[in-house]
Design a protein around this ligand. Structure first.
Ligand code: APR
Ligand code: PHB
Length: 391
């Protein structure tokens, strides 16, 4: 097989890349090791920045998101069992976020690619990349028991944190920056009305909790737990009880119990590699960087990377430009590091750290009070949360 851009991974990064390339008349083949059903039902993050929403709309894949996505103008921070609203809309000249599940974005993109006759190959095995520092890199894999090879001009490494692209770059090329947190999130999807119309981030002495949603009937909840937590320790009753405690529910807010549809534990880490490129392999999304989910930046960063990569590849094919490709990594890394800082900061602000001294715990509460009472401090949170207009 032969194509212009070979793409590995059908997450938001890979799918959006293949779609944006198609809109510029550039051909790609996308391979994914899971099934279509699997990627379309995997529950992940759900907060879209305004810039992400704009990108999806401009790419013509925003129709369902505009109908079903929930527009939010603020978030709440809870501490000492009291909620404080951050009015993002007012603090950021009218910007907002949209709550729309990542797997819904994935479904919309898969559909758009298939309608356009795009080549998506699911359930491939043993993927490997070769000749990355030549003008014709290759992707090898097995599909239905047969060995296959794609010769391409470029490879989009969009295969997530556990993919094969990043580890295929020769040793010594990448610099790795990493921080692993001493906790994880137990994520729950439940058939119940969310306790509030907006997201509630709770600081609590028992640990962090987050109340989010997917629809007015489906709530998405997270509880801080140990990074290697055994899900068997969390029967449904314990989950609801713990959420009730951490929400500090009073008469103004009600936590409604409902059928738990899904639960899973995610460890938390911050991770960046520099540069995000080696030869003709370009890394994008989780393949190049991970943020802890507290700042809701993961999918937005993946989309921002792809905006740059598709523009750079467009410049190459349409005008023979190589400058945008050369600048790709440095351009992306500016936003990546801003989001890394913000996500680390939100994580440090809201979680219970097992090794924190009483002195550090007091500092954390003081910062929460400052962030929710000073206009300057809440503006800083709000503008990062809705997404800075960086190019
Ligand atoms: N070959 C083919 N596909 C692979 C391989 C491989 N060797 N390894 C992994 N994949 C696939 C995964 O199955 C997955 O579908 O690559 C895809 C990577 O997608 P994501 O993990 O969703 O990563 P990305 O597209 O960068 O999106 C980032 O995902 O983890 C969330 O919070 C994160 O929202 C962020 C988003
Ligand atoms: C989610 O709804 O899944 C969600 C919301 C906000 C976050 C993380 C996850 O910070």
């Amino acid at each position: 097989m032969k194509t212009q851009v070979g793409i590995i991974g059908a997450g938001p990064a890979g799918l959006l890349l293949s779609h944006l390339l198609h809109l510029q008349g550039i051909e790609s083949i996308l391979i994914e090791n899971r099934s279509r059903t699997y990627i379309e039902s995997r529950v992940r993050a759900g907060v879209l920045e305004q810039g992400t929403v704009n990108t999806l709309n401009e790419a013509g894949v925003g129709e369902r998101m505009r109908k079903e996505g929930l527009l939010h103008h603020g978030i709440e921070l809870s501490f000492h069992n009291k909620r404080h609203r951050i009015n993002m809309h007012e603090l950021t000249d009218g910007r907002a976020i949209t709550v729309y599940g990542q797997q819904e974005v994935v479904k919309d993109l898969v559909k758009a690619r298939l309608v356009a006759g795009g080549q998506l190959l699911f359930e491939v095995e043993d993927v490997s990349v070769h000749n990355l520092d030549s003008n014709q890199p290759k992707i090898r894999f097995r599909k239905d028991g047969e060995e296959q090879e794609i010769a391409c001009d470029f490879i989009g490494g969009c295969d997530g944190f556990h993919g094969i692209c990043r580890p295929s770059i020769p040793a010594g090329v990448l610099q790795v920056f990493e921080r692993v947190y001493p906790f994880g999130w137990l994520g729950i999807l439940a058939q119940s009305k969310p306790p509030s119309e907006e997201l509630i981030y709770c600081h609590h002495e028992r640990g962090f909790a987050l109340f989010s949603m997917r629809t007015p009937e489906i709530t998405r909840l997270y509880i801080q737990c140990t990074p290697d937590e055994d899900i068997a320790n969390w029967p449904d009753d314990r989950i609801w009880h713990e959420l009730e405690l951490r929400l500090g529910a009073d008469e103004s807010i009600q936590l409604q119990e409902g059928k738990i549809l899904q639960k899973g534990v995610t460890p938390m880490r911050s991770f960046v590699v520099e540069p995000m490129q080696y030869g003709r392999l370009f890394l994008a999304g989780d393949a190049a960087h991970i943020v802890p989910p507290t700042g809701a930046k993961g999918m937005n960063l993946a989309v921002a990377d792809i905006r740059h990569l598709s523009r750079a590849l467009g410049g190459y094919y349409q005008n023979n430009r190589t400058d945008l490709l050369e600048q790709y990594s440095a351009t992306c890394l500016r936003r990546v590091w801003r989001s890394e800082h913000f996500s680390w900061w939100m994580t440090a602000l809201l979680h219970r750290f097992p090794d924190y001294t009483p002195f550090q715990q007091r500092l954390q509460l003081s910062e929460l009070e400052y962030v929710t009472s000073s206009r300057a401090a809440s503006t800083s949170l709000a503008e990062n949360y809705v997404g800075l207009p960086m190019n």
